[in-house]
Design a binder for this molecule. Structure first.
Ligand code: 5GP
Ligand code: ZN
Length: 113
């Protein structure tokens, strides 16, 4: 995807504050953090959203959740955290490359807005 912001981050054309990386996934700090810890986790391969990812490769889908958990552990979110997957216009998705928000480091309120 030529015009995808997160593909450009994967390609290192745009810098990011990296947290964790392996062959398939990248975790980096959100540019506009909504909590003391706010990390975005993405597959390096482009999928538009979680529905496209889950229709693709099931091992990549489970690897994604594993990588999210590893990220939370690395960030020492032992008191808990929230995983958010904004999807589509009603879900408030603004970047069309699937990403999990990992939020923590404070008590999070519920319900979200
Ligand atoms: P969405 O609204 O699609 O769920 O989340 C997109 C997230 O990407 C937002 O939280 C936004 O702050 C973050 N973001 C947008 N542009 C950049 C960028 O260039 N670098 C980083 N690290 N985060 C970004
Ligand atoms: Zn992309």
């Amino acid at each position: 995807m030529n015009d995808c912001l997160f593909c450009k981050i994967v390609a290192k054309e745009i810098p990011c504050n990296e947290v964790l990386e392996n062959d398939d996934f990248l975790a980096f700090r959100d540019i506009d953090p909504q909590a003391p810890v706010h990390v975005l986790v993405i597959p390096k391969k482009h999928f538009e959203d979680i529905t496209e990812l889950t229709q693709g490769d099931s091992s990549l889908t489970s690897g994604f959740m594993e990588f999210v958990s590893q990220t939370a552990k690395l960030e020492k979110l032992d008191k808990g955290f929230r995983i958010v997957l904004n999807t589509g216009p009603d879900g408030g998705q603004s970047v069309q490359h699937v990403h999990a928000h990992v939020l923590g480091g404070r008590g999070l309120t519920w319900p979200p807005g």
